[in-house]
Design a protein around this ligand. Structure first.
Ligand SMILES: [Zn+2]
Length: 52
């Protein structure tokens, strides 16, 4: 597990993010950082293709 601190500083999680904002954040996060996986509940929603 490696944290991309620069990415995190540039991309803070919005405090009252909508579901779609959270999904987008996590997809972007996973491409840039490995500090934590996408939560299972978000993954299952993503599989229902809210976001491709
Ligand atoms: Zn991270």
């Amino acid at each position: 597990m490696k944290t991309n601190k620069e990415w995190h500083l540039a991309h803070p999680m919005v405090h009252n993010a909508t579901l779609q904002q959270r999904i987008i954040w996590h997809v972007d996060h996973q491409r840039n950082c490995n500090c934590r996986p996408i939560p299972d509940n978000l993954l299952s929603l993503m599989n229902k293709d809210i976001v491709k």
